[in-house]
Design a protein around this ligand. Structure first.
Ligand SMILES: Cc1cc2nc3c(=O)[nH]c(=O)nc-3n(C[C@H](O)[C@H](O)[C@H](O)COP(=O)(O)O)c2cc1C
Length: 245
C-alpha cells in the first residue's frame, strides 16, 4: 500500500475520487495529463493495494471507481495516537498556512517584504526564547518559523544561549559582584526587547530547569523588570507568569 501511495499520479487519482467518488476511467483520464493506458495501470495498482474498489455501471462494461478508506484508516489508527492527533492536526494546519504564503525567493527578503505591516505602529522588538536546548528542538523550530514570518514592523530576535547560562546562585548576583558575561548578554537582550515570547516544552509537568534558571537570573535585574512576557504553550503560561512576576 505504501508503494501505491508513493506515486504522485496515484495520489492525484485518490484526490480526484475524494472530490467525486464513483468516476469512470474516461472521466478520470480527462483529469490527468497522461494516456488512458497509463491511468488504467495506476488504477490497477490502487485496486490491488485495496485503496479503491470498482463496480460495473448497470449492465454496461464501464466500471466506476470508489475510494476505499479502510486501509488508510487502519494506518491512521495504528500510528496516529489520540495523544499525537492534536499535534498532527496543528502541524497540518501550519503546513497548509505556510504553503499558501508566497514562495520565498532565494535571496533573503527585505524586512518590508515580510508579512503584513502596520505603518502607523512603531516597530517592536520581540525576544524569542526557546525553553529547549535540545538539538532539533521543535520549540526552537517554531520560533525560527515565527522569526521568518514576522511582520515588517516586528523585529524578532532569537535568543540562543539558554544552555550556556551558569546555574543561578544568589551569591553570584549580589550587589557589586562581577556579572558573568553570558548572564549580562542575556539580560541586555531582554532589556533591549519590548516584549519576550517564550516557546517551551513541558518537563515533568513544569518549566524545563534551563528556562527557570534563565528566569531566575532576571529576578534581580532592573533592566528586565516589568517586561511583557508571553508563553506560546497555554498549559505552561501560568508557570511562566508565576516565575516572571
Ligand atoms: C525529561 C522530559 C520530561 C517531559 N515531561 C513532559 C511532561 O510533563 N508533559 C508533556 O506534555 N511532555 C513532556 N515531555 C515531552 C516534551 O515536552 C516533548 O518531547 C517536547 O516536544 C520537547 O520539546 P523540544 O522538541 O522543543 O525539545 C518531556 C520530555 C522530557 C525529555
Amino acid at each position: 500500500m505504501f508503494r501505491a501511495l508513493a506515486d504522485d499520479t496515484r495520489r492525484s487519482l485518490l484526490d480526484e475520487l475524494f472530490r467525486r467518488d464513483g468516476q469512470t476511467l474516461t472521466e478520470l483520464e480527462q483529469r490527468l495529463p497522461m494516456t488512458r493506458f497509463g491511468v488504467m495501470k495506476h488504477l490497477k495498482v490502487l485496486e490491488q493495494a485495496g485503496l479503491i474498489t470498482t463496480r460495473r455501471r448497470g449492465r454496461g462494461r464501464e466500471k466506476l471507481h470508489f475510494l476505499n478508506p479502510v486501509p488508510i484508516r487502519l494506518i491512521y489508527d495504528r500510528w496516529v495516537s489520540k495523544y499525537a492527533e492534536p499535534w498532527a492536526a496543528s502541524l497540518g494546519g501550519l503546513k497548509a498556512e505556510l504553503e499558501e504564503l508566497p514562495a520565498p525567493s532565494s535571496a533573503p527578503s527585505p524586512p518590508e517584504a515580510r508579512g503584513r505591516s502596520y505603518p502607523d505602529r512603531p516597530a517592536v522588538t520581540i525576544l524569542f526564547i526557546s525553553g529547549s536546548s535540545r538539538d532539533g528542538s521543535t520549540n526552537a523550530a517554531v520560533l525560527r518559523t515565527a522569526t521568518a514570518l514576522a511582520p515588517a514592523d516586528v523585529r524578532p530576535m532569537l535568543y540562543g544561549g539558554i544552555g550556556e547560562l551558569p546555574l543561578f546562585n544568589p551569591d553570584d548576583d549580589r550587589e557589586g559582584a562581577p556579572v558573568d558575561e553570558r548572564v549580562a548578554a542575556m539580560r541586555s537582550a531582554v532589556a533591549d526587547a519590548d516584549a519576550v515570547l517564550v516557546c517551551t516544552p513541558e518537563y515533568a509537568g513544569a518549566l524545563p530547569a534551563a528556562l527557570k534558571n534563565l528566569l531566575e537570573w532576571t529576578i534581580g535585574d532592573a533592566g528586565t523588570y516589568g517586561k511583557p512576557i508571553a508563553s506560546a504553550v497555554s498549559q505552561l503560561a501560568e508557570h511562566v507568569r508565576a516565575v516572571a512576576r
